[in-house]
Design a protein around this ligand. Structure first.
Ligand code: SF4
Length: 488
């Protein structure tokens, strides 16, 4: 067994030094947080794209880019948290509050199975009325009926609330989390999504995610899952009140905890140490983060989205910097008192900002195999462009999405369109499973995109902004299938 060693850093080098960036792209050097911040804020966009793409090709080759067919099932919208960026949650007494029955959930998974889907992303609000047995019966029922469908379920904030709701045995919070995780895993849960990552820095997190677990708890839950050999994802939602340094601090923690997971539970080999070959399955490497997914905040119907956008005319007149940047520190130690306007101004992230952030994530997260494109929030063409800014995976052809689409416009693609986007970017589309193993490579004439004769049937749709009522009606199983993605 090899002893895992993180890549060497070269803190004295200029981050835009082409030699350093080449070494990073080849997997010989690690960027420091300071260098990463400089790249995020100052490097030309094409430099970021060039080296993030080179890094991606180093890991994934020039040939295949992947996607998965899964379904995002939000089993309840009742939630104890009060995230101000959320338009999805209900307290429980509203007319559109819901919890899906097991039978309704099985029907949804059957529909997924019928189109060749291999995974459900199952997350909910944090509903205090559901006992542990409700989850265990559901998972057992899913495994019995759909053994070929992976349950990628229950994000760290849900796990922390499960501890509060179920009062499991254990001396520490993490002992209790492990107890619950073992129960869920034994009942059939396969992997954990990275939902609720948002921004880790406490100053930001306490402002936007009231009632949701803190950074330490989020990371510890994932570490507990890794200790049980489970695979997880990490996520980040940015483009609101955070500073640039907060994004880097967030990625830094993901990278550090990934180092820890590989060192403590792995075999010393990363998945990407294995030459990319779709015909072989990757060896078991111990629990760790398989992918990183980041997307910009969607503001509609949210309290957070009603904040003024920086700079307001007064901010401009006074030459005020963005408050998030005043507060943000690379070690996460910033406090809200450092700027009276902190948490009162928004800075949205558009397409360029999205591509920059994703490219830096690919370069900085040298120990994470997959970087996912977020076409759901950015649209199909920016999602496609993201394949040249470090993304190797187009995420999900999903049959529904509720949380992000409750907060803004999301996009709707079917498998043929997704394959077409990958192919017209110059790659071969390949369907993957939940472990990023390739299960179908689309080279034959009856590939989902190549067999299409009339593209008018496959137009990209822009999902309208759903009202809560529409969202709930759709959840209750009546509406036509919607396609969207928030792979986290
Ligand atoms: S984002 Fe999730 S945890 Fe926060 S209020 Fe909405 S449903 Fe609850």
């Amino acid at each position: 067994m090899t002893i895992y060693q993180p890549l060497p850093e070269h803190p004295k080098l200029d981050p835009q030094d082409l030699g350093l960036l080449s070494a990073v792209a080849q997997g010989h050097a690690r960027l420091t947080p300071e260098q990463s911040l400089d790249l995020l804020t100052s490097a030309p966009l094409h430099t970021l794209g060039r080296f993030a793409d080179a890094r991606c090709r180093e890991l994934h080759g020039d040939h295949l880019r992947s996607y998965i067919i899964d379904r995002n099932i939000n089993y309840t919208n009742i939630c104890t948290a009060k995230c101000i960026f959320c338009a999805f949650k209900r307290k429980g007494d509203e007319h559109d509050a819901y919890t899906l029955s097991h039978e309704a959930l099985y029907e949804k998974v059957q529909e997924l199975s019928d189109i060749g889907g291999t995974q459900i992303l199952m997350q909910g609000g944090m509903n205090p009325d559901l006992p542990l047995d409700w989850y265990l019966e559901l998972l057992n029922g899913l495994r019995e009926r759909f053994p070929h469908v992976n349950v990628h379920g229950f994000s760290p904030p849900e796990l922390i609330e499960f501890v509060n709701f179920f009062d499991p045995p254990g001396a520490t919070l993490i002992d209790k989390v492990r107890w619950v995780l073992i129960k869920l895993k034994d009942a059939g849960m396969g992997s954990l999504p990275g939902g609720g990552g948002e921004i880790f820095a406490p100053a930001v997190r306490t402002k936007i995610g009231m009632g949701k677990c803190d950074m330490e708890a989020w990371l510890q839950v994932m570490y507990a899952a890794h200790s049980l050999g489970m695979f997880t994802s990490a996520s980040m939602m940015y483009g609101h009140i955070e500073g640039y340094a907060d994004r880097i601090h967030h990625m830094r923690l993901v990278r550090e905890w990934q180092d820890k997971a590989i060192r403590d539970f792995g075999t010393g080999e990363l998945p990407h140490d294995i030459a990319f070959d779709p015909t072989i399955k990757k060896p078991e490497t111990g629990g760790h983060y398989l992918g990183f997914h980041a997307w910009p905040f969607q503001p509609d119907h949210t309290a957070l989205g009603r904040l003024p956008t920086w700079p307001t005319p007064e901010d401009k007149a006074q030459g005020l910097p963005f408050p998030g940047d005043v507060v943000a520190k690379l070690d996460g130690s910033g406090t809200k008192d450092e700027d009276p306007l902190f948490g009162r101004r928004l800075r949205f992230a558009g397409a360029t900002e999205y591509l920059r952030t994703q490219a830096v994530s690919r370069l900085m997260l040298d120990n994470i195999y997959t970087i996912g494109s977020s076409w759901v929030t950015m649209g199909p063409h920016i999602g496609q462009t993201a394949l040249f800014y470090g993304a190797n995976d187009m995420g999900s052809v999903m049959m529904e999405e509720n949380v992000v689409s409750s907060a803004g416009t999301t996009y709707c693609l079917d498998e043929a369109v997704l394959c077409n986007l990958i192919r017209t970017a110059g790659f071969t589309p390949a369907q993957r499973d939940s472990k990023y193993d390739i299960i179908r490579t689309h080279t034959s004439p009856d590939s989902p995109d190549l067999k299409v004769t009339d593209w008018s049937e496959h137009r990209t749709k822009r999902l309208h902004i759903q009202s809560a009522e529409e969202s709930a009606a759709e959840q209750l199983g009546t509406a036509e299938l919607t396609v969207g993605a928030s792979d986290n």
